[in-house]
Design a protein around this ligand. Structure first.
Ligand SMILES: [Zn+2]
Length: 335
């Protein structure tokens, strides 16, 4: 692994801390003997696509087999086209370069896919996304917040947060880029939705009105729920799919059973009420006529139908309809 580590701006994380971050991630997540860290210190010249080619060639000379090129590599502001550092490689044949170029579009973490993804690999929209924005992550560190585990390994962030300079915030408690921009760059859903994967806001928020409290709130939401979305979906599927019911939580079945029992009680009571109700009520505040009592009964009966089924082992016997001695499945024709 050959990360570019030179400091280009004072706002960056200092390179010794970046190196220590890389080392602790390598130690924890990469197999020994199959990974080596050789940082590349080159002075940034912000030459965009041309500098991208230069970096690829330097990496090749170091013995690297692949170069990972992100969006706007070696760019500055919006001077170059976002993907100019990608399209320049159309001009070269692989054998001319001698290194395998891998181009990365914007990468994000999709909590519905439960993995890192790009527009090319994931069909879900912004409501489930945590964006991977280098600037956003750096500014969050400056606010003293460890970024979501979905986009930065804690082994990396804990060390990097010590190397952010200047440490702390200005007199308005803001980092270098305003807190609203930081929130939008990592948590794009927050402006339009009340929570990760949640319902749309009646009035979308604007970048200008966001405060540090919003940054805290969105981080708490993501910490609590980012890994819950796919889990919830998995739970729904297993609740119907598991033929072996020992794997299903007994307390959920108990709760469903109680729900059925209680709603049955409501229905029985209302049936009795319908039976006794007069055709027309003498006092509409105190009593109900038959028609109204029947409406109540209908609603209660529908609610009973809405309660999820209790599915225990006995209810699943019908699914094992193809019982044969096992050797028959393996091809033997003998009973
Ligand atoms: Zn997705």
């Amino acid at each position: 692994m050959q990360p570019l580590v030179e400091m280009a701006k004072r706002e960056y994380t200092r390179h010794e801390f970046r190196m220590l971050s890389y080392r602790s991630v390598l130690e924890t997540y990469y197999p020994k003997g199959r990974s080596i860290l050789a940082p590349l210190r080159v002075t940034y010249i912000f030459a965009g696509p041309r500098e991208t080619v230069l970096h690829a060639l330097i990496m090749k000379n170091y013995g690297c087999t692949h170069a990972l090129i992100g969006r706007d590599h070696a760019g500055i502001g919006d001077y170059y086209d976002k993907y100019a550092s990608h399209t320049i490689f159309d001009q070269f044949k692989p054998e001319e370069l001698g290194i395998d170029i891998r181009l990365f579009h914007e990468v994000f973490y999709c909590t519905r896919c439960d993995t890192q993804a790009t527009e090319q690999s994931c069909p879900h929209d912004e409501q489930y996304r945590i964006n991977i924005s280098g600037t956003g992550i750096r500014e969050m560190l400056r606010h003293g917040i460890m970024p979501p585990k979905e986009i930065v390994r804690p082994e990396s962030a804990r060390i990097a947060i010590q190397g952010v300079q200047p440490k702390g915030l200005d007199e308005f408690e803001n980092a270098i880029s305003p807190v609203g921009k930081t929130i939008k760059s990592i948590f794009p859903f927050y402006l339009n939705r009340t929570r990760l994967g949640g319902p749309k806001r009646t009035n979308p928020l604007t970048v200008e009105e966001l405060t540090n409290r919003d940054l805290e709130a969105v981080n708490l939401d993501v910490r609590a729920n980012a890994n819950k979305i796919y889990q919830d979906i998995f739970d729904e599927y297993t609740s119907v799919g598991d033929t072996n019911r020992n794997l299903q939580p007994e307390w959920v079945m108990d709760a469903r059973e109680t729900l059925h029992h209680q709603q049955q009680m409501v229905v029985e009571d209302l049936k009795e009420k319908v039976k006794q109700a007069p055709k027309s009520a003498s006092d509409e505040f105190m009593y109900q006529d038959k028609e109204e009592a029947e409406k109540e009964l209908n609603v209660a009966t529908k609610i009973l139908g809405d309660i999820p089924k209790v599915l225990r082992a006995d209810d699943f016997d019908y699914r094992t309809w193809n019982v044969l001695p096992y050797k028959r499945y393996r091809g033997s024709d003998e009973e």
